[in-house]
Design a protein around this ligand. Sequence first.
Ligand SMILES: [Zn+2]
Length: 156
Amino acid sequence: MRVGHGFDVHPFSDDDGRLLVLGGERLPGERGLAGHSDADVLAHAVADAILGAAGLGDIGSHFPDTDPAWEGADSMGLLAAVVSLAREAGWTVGNVDVTVVAEVPKLAPHRSAMEANITAVVGAPVSVKATRAEGLGSLGRREGIACFAVALLERT
Ligand SMILES: [Zn+2]
């Protein structure tokens, strides 16, 4: 077994037309995150945790944000590609644990949907927890959303 950790952060976008996507859930009416892909901070942290556990580098090395191919990309698709890379290297996902740090929006209503979306892609139990930065620092000033993830991989 191997364990990996992932961290990601994205600032909120100034573009009113930008959609907020978290854990594969589209949250219309909420302020979107800035980024080259769909900026799904949760999917990116999970992907990095899996890559880290498998010793396969990080998401930026596989899907560079300078590559036009990934512009506006569906990050759940990137996550699926990462799971495939890990499988090819002889690893299967055991479980994933995620902590999202966000002052806004309230994520509790979307938690089980995000867990189900990520479970469908990684093929393992996923737990998503949400916490607030209690007004401290950039996250507390509602300037963006951060996410931590831990993934356990098992030899297939
Ligand atoms: Zn990201």
